[in-house]
Ligand binder design. Structure first.
Ligand code: ADP
Length: 154
């Protein structure tokens, strides 16, 4: 049976830290679905959703084991629909741990067939966060080093 993992998040923007988690997941699973949670009614994104999907697609252009899907439902249900048996998340610090711990308990309740898998961040990317990148970018700072694509490329 094909081992399918989902990697859910906002990815606003998708960073080198996220890319690292996807690449390491590929060593364990046959397919990794980058699942971008987005509700057009509720979410105010900084980076446009279609723009970000396009950028992520380019990062994994040569890797047919990576899929990118935008979703707007319970992650546990989304995983069922895509026959995923693992939910991958990255852990940078204890704050991430506290949050992920509670979510994984709820997800285990909602979808007992879905195992949460946590990857400890590569130290090179431990301080990279989408929210800090948004702040730096908002005020005109250079964020190129933190992203696996060029924001200015069309
Ligand atoms: P969310 O809005 O659901 O927290 P994010 O897009 O911020 O989603 O992050 C998605 C996942 O990637 C989370 O598991 C988060 O902990 C992880 N992550 C974020 N930044 C990094 C990083 N620099 N290195 C590794 N994992 C990361």
């Amino acid at each position: 049976m094909k081992r399918i993992a989902i990697f859910p998040g906002s990815f606003d923007p998708f960073t080198k830290g996220h890319e690292d988690i996807v690449n390491r997941s590929l060593a364990m699973f046959d397919e990794v679905i980058i699942a971008i949670g987005f509700n057009s009614q509720k979410n105010k994104r900084y980076f446009d959703i279609d723009f970000m999907v396009d950028k992520i697609e380019k990062v994994f252009l040569k890797n047919s084991k990576v899929k990118i899907v935008v979703y707007n439902e319970l992650t546990a249900n989304f995983a069922k629909k895509y026959n995923a048996t693992a939910l991958v998340r990255g852990l940078r610090n204890t704050t991430d741990f506290e949050y992920e711990n509670s979510i994984s308990q709820i997800n285990a309740h909602l979808n007992p067939e879905l195992e949460s898998v946590f990857l400890i961040t590569n130290p090179s990317y431990a301080s990279v966060s989408s929210s800090i990148i948004r702040e730096v970018h908002r005020y005109g700072g250079d964020v190129l080093d933190f992203l696996p694509y060029d924001l200015n490329d069309q």
